[in-house]
Each structure stands twice: as structure tokens, then as C-alpha cells.
Design a binder for this molecule. Structure first.
Ligand SMILES: Cc1cc2nc3c(=O)[nH]c(=O)nc-3n(C[C@H](O)[C@H](O)[C@H](O)COP(=O)(O)O)c2cc1C
Length: 384
């Protein structure tokens, strides 16, 4: 489909489908399906960028003075206990495939005491038939910390508080995540790159609902300035979702190609690696705000998770690695989960840290690009 306002070369699609129509529900279902299929079949990870976690160096401890078996991964976040500092990050819902994936992910979250985010629940608001693809997570995970999810663009578009309460009830959520995804909305063929009034809307919502609000990015990171404004608005936690992992510009670029949207495709290529690398985002945010932060964006093993905790995160989240295994089988998902836990535990053993609190107090050094970029940033901040 050509761009509606092709003539002035503006990337924003003006043609709108009536939001309540069957067409719209079908469109959301198709988009959700593609949103799972593309990352599973094409390489949509960062190309030339990275998380910068390779520039965080830890010191080996040859005198750990502890037994591997006594290492305790449990922690607390927003007044809830977690058996490990892990969240299965917000991903999906709204299709048959999503039902199965959320069922498998929910079972793992319940069994291992992790948190789990659901994908954007707008589809569940538009059609009763799609609710089960989300609520299955609560059915199989009665005790897990489940996080409802909605887009910031939908909030600024006027989504009502009553609708937000519906999506919270849909999964009996412990927290609500609002995702900020300006880059994705820009490249997405059906995108709605309209975020005017979003901060005020978030701040109103903080007073209107009785569960904590977490604000997250989807792979472009959060800056110190944005974190401060979010904290001031009453948000209870920030998930930095930095760059270096799954690229939503990449996913939407592929979809734009399929829709023959030339400009969006070119924009997707140009901004494929756009964003603040995860390690840098964690450092900037954790040094600026007091609210707990969640690290995510490109975390692929337990050593990286331990590094994020040391840099100042309170929990860590992974999306694509869990999706990949959940799409394979329950066995693969379980195998992966056990590997990640043993990688975190092994890192803690080699650092001589018995629990998450002592892990968080471990010394580290920043080298190379991360050291210089942070050094430049600190110098400029001191000058201002
Ligand atoms: C298939 C897929 C679907 C996603 N859908 C959502 C979503 O609906 N809402 C959201 O907040 N984030 C969504 N995300 C973003 C993730 O929560 C996460 O922030 C991002 O993928 C970076 O993590 P990763 O590099 O571990 O994949 C999605 C990610 C993937 C891979």
C-alpha cells in the first residue's frame, strides 16, 4: 500500500481504519503475528551497535569464601518477592500463536518465581475473542508478578482509564507497563507517531489506578532527563530497554518492505541501530533517579545480567531469548531458563557474592567506549 501522503514525502500514514471495525481487529492480529514471526525468522538484532556491556569489566575473586550451593538469587521489587532478579519482558498476545507462547512463558514464570510482561493489550480491548491469549498467562501463573502492557501512543490518543482498568483486570496484573516506542511508531506501516501530552496522561494515570506503573522503552533506551521526568510524574519503576538487542526499527523496516512503503523502509534502515546502549542507559538512569530500574535490551546470558545488576539495576528482563525458546518447545524453554540461572549463579560464585545485595555492591571498571562516553557526559553535566 503506498503512503497516503506520498507527495510531501512525510512518513506518517494518514489513512486510518475505523478503530472498532472487524478490519481493525484483523489488522492488529496480522501485525501481532508478523511481530512474532519476523524476529523468529529474520535477523533483527542490532547490526553495528551493541549493549556496551562488553565495556564493563569485573574482577575475578580467587578467594570467594562461599559454596556454590549457598548462593541466593532471591530479591524484592515493588514490595514483591522474586526467586531470581528476572522478568520475561513484555512481548505478545492477540493471536493463536501468542496464546501458546504466553502459556509456556507463564508456566516458566510461575515455576521459577520470575516476573512476566504481557504484550500490548490493545487487541484484547478490541475483541473479546482475543482476551484469552493474554489471560492464559494468569491462569497458568497464579502467583507470578504479571505486568499488563499498553502503548504510550494509545494513551496520548485518548485511551480511557476505564479501558486501562480492563486490561489490568484481564490478567489480574501486579503492575502496568506503558511502553514508549517513538521509533517503532515512526517506521511501522500503521504507526501512530503521536506522543503529545503523554507525560501528563501518565501522571494522571498514576492517581487513577491502584497498581504501580512501570514505563519502558522497547529497544532505544531511556536518558537521564527522561528518567527524571518520569520519576517526577509518579512512575514507580523504569525499564530502560536499551539498544543492542532486538531492533524494532529492523522489524518494522521488514514490514514496511512487505507493504511497499519506501520511505518507512529507508527510515528503518537508517535508524536500525538508533538508541542508547543498554549499559549506558542503566548508568545514566540509575545515577539520576531513586526509583528501582529494570535492565533490558540485548541481554543474552547470565553474566550480562549480573553486570546489569552491578551497574545499578534492580531486576533484569529478556524478551527475544525467551521468545525463541518458547516457540521451540517447553523443553527448550526450560533448558534455557536453567542455563541462565546457572550463569548468574556462576558469575556470583566467581565474584564471591552470596546474594543479590552483595552482587549489587561489587566493584567494576568501565573501559573503552563506555568509559569515554560517560566521561564526556559527566564533564558536560558538571559544566552546565
Ligand atoms: C516479539 C516481540 C514483541 C514485543 N512486543 C512488545 C510489546 O507489545 N510491548 C512492549 O512493551 N514491548 C514489546 N517488546 C519489546 C521487549 O519487551 C523488549 O523491550 C525489547 O525486545 C528488548 O529486549 P530484547 O533485546 O531482549 O529482545 C517486544 C519484543 C519482541 C521480541
Amino acid at each position: 500500500m503506498p503512503l497516503a501522503d506520498k507527495e510531501n514525502n512525510h512518513p506518517v500514514q494518514k489513512k486510518k481504519i475505523n478503530n472498532d471495525s472487524e478490519d481493525f481487529v484483523e489488522q492488529i492480529k496480522r501485525r501481532k503475528r508478523e511481530g512474532i514471526e519476523i524476529p523468529l525468522t529474520e535477523n533483527v538484532q542490532g547490526k553495528k551497535n551493541s549493549t556496551y556491556l562488553e565495556y564493563v569489566k569485573l574482577f575475578h575473586n580467587a578467594l570467594p569464601e562461599l559454596d556454590y550451593d549457598e548462593i541466593d538469587l532471591s530479591t524484592r521489587f515493588l514490595d514483591k518477592s522474586f526467586s531470581a532478579p528476572l522478568i520475561i519482558d513484555s512481548m505478545t498476545g492477540g493471536t493463536d500463536e501468542a496464546f501458546l507462547i504466553n502459556k509456556r512463558l507463564g508456566k516458566i514464570a510461575e515455576k521459577y518465581g520470575f516476573g512476566m510482561g504481557l504484550g500490548s493489550q490493545r487487541a484484547g480491548l478490541k475483541s473479546e475473542k482475543l482476551i484469552e491469549s493474554y489471560s492464559i498467562a494468569r491462569k497458568v501463573a497464579p502467583n507470578a508478578f504479571l505486568i499488563a502492557n499498553i502503548g504510550g501512543a494509545q494513551l496520548s490518543d485518548g485511551l480511557s482509564t476505564a479501558d486501562i482498568i480492563k486490561i489490568i483486570k484481564m490478567i489480574d496484573a501486579d503492575a502496568l507497563a506503558i511502553h514508549l516506542n517513538p521509533l517503532q511508531e515512526l517506521i511501522q506501516p500503521e504507526g501512530e507517531p503521536r506522543f503529545k501530552g503523554i507525560l501528563q496522561r501518565i501522571s494522571n494515570l498514576v492517581h487513577d489506578i491502584d497498581i504501580p506503573i512501570i514505563v519502558k522503552e522497547v529497544g532505544s533506551g531511556i536518558s537521564a532527563d527522561v528518567a527524571l521526568r518520569l520519576e517526577k510524574s509518579g512512575v514507580r519503576s523504569i525499564n530502560v530497554a536499551g539498544s543492542g538487542g532486538t531492533s524494532w526499527a529492523g522489524i518494522e523496516k521488514i514490514r514496511a518492505d512487505q507493504h511497499n512503503e519506501y520511505i518507512k523502509s529507508q527510515l528503518g534502515e537508517l535508524f536500525w541501530d538508533w538508541g542508547i546502549p543498554t549499559a549506558l542507559s542503566i548508568l545514566l538512569v540509575s545515577r539520576s533517579v531513586k526509583i528501582p530500574i529494570i535492565a533490558s535490551g540485548g541481554l543474552r546470558n547470565g553474566l550480562e545480567i549480573a553486570k546489569c545488576m552491578i551497574l545499578g539495576s534492580n531486576l533484569c528482563a529478556m524478551a527475544f531469548p525467551f521468545l525463541k525458546r518458547a516457540a521451540q518447545s517447553e523443553e527448550e524453554l526450560e533448558k534455557f531458563t536453567r542455563l541462565i540461572l546457572s550463569e548468574i549463579r556462576s558469575t556470583m560464585f566467581l565474584l564471591g557474592t552470596k546474594d543479590i545485595e552483595s552482587l549489587k555492591n561489587t566493584r567494576y571498571i568501565l573501559i573503552d567506549k563506555l568509559a569515554s562516553v560517560l566521561g564526556n557526559y559527566e564533564c558536560r553535566r558538571n559544566k552546565n
